[in-house]
Ligand binder design. Sequence first.
Ligand SMILES: [Fe+2]
Length: 326
Amino acid sequence: MTTGGQAGKVAAGRGGERLAALERQAVELATTPGWIDRPQPIFWSEPRSVFQPAHWSYLEIRGALEEAAGLVDLSLAERRILALRNPFAANNFATTRTLSCSYQYMLPGEMASTHRHASHALRVMLDARGTYSIVDGVRMPMETGDIVLTPGGCWHGHGHDGDEPACWVDGLDIPLTHLLEPMFFEAYPQRHMAASSWADVSPFRFRADDIAGRLDAAVAQPDGLSGPRIDLTSAQMPSMGIAVERLGAGIGTRRQRSTASRCVVVMAGEGESKVGECTFPWRRGDTFAVPGWVWYEHLARSDAQLFELSDEPVMKMCGYWRHEAA
Ligand SMILES: [Fe+2]
């Protein structure tokens, strides 16, 4: 460890020598003096995320997963997923600082094993008929257009009784779990938990038609920050801000930024979003990442529905929330 000693800057002559000795002692004490210049500063004037604006094409990733389905046996793998890795060098799987998204792919007749983990999870169902999740023994359908929540600590596994391959986006707060370090993970001893009951209606399942009905009743924000928008945030998953927004063809949002980071999944429609210096054309099924404090705005080219997962509740709980619009 080095302190990058600044003794001469603070004190001259004999005082400087004593200060240099003190800085060496500080190293021995496993401390760093507050008066030194650090290679990495502790404070800076405004947020500067190492995460980048990024976009993933559903078409491309689904194609890769279709190929993986012939190569990766789901009876041996935990999940058949491709994680949306934000493209900077030191990153492994995280999509934003606190959130990780993946595309998951299942063939008819397959089952994804039961496990549980500290991280909260949700599914945005893109193309799925006959798929289901068993959460703590309760089997609930996961169909196209549904959003299904799996609070941290719940046993969960998935199955597919339909006729066509299924694909969806998983969103989790794993990077936040890693940051705070309360990760627990456990595989179910018998691999697959059997369903003890079935439920079409659950507080953890938002059906596609329920979402559409609630959006019909919602109104656009008069300040132009969003189109009609519903908040699906759950008290059982308090780290995750969950929302669905509708933008009519030709409708855009105001340019804005906040301290929260966001993952946006296009549930319907086509359009484009400006995120920082990037312009991402998007279509149904695509996902893009908006790091914290990066300007963004959306424009729909056709009637669009955007799902948004953010860490906004974490920012608000910590007192770190800031939002501004241009
Ligand atoms: Fe899981």
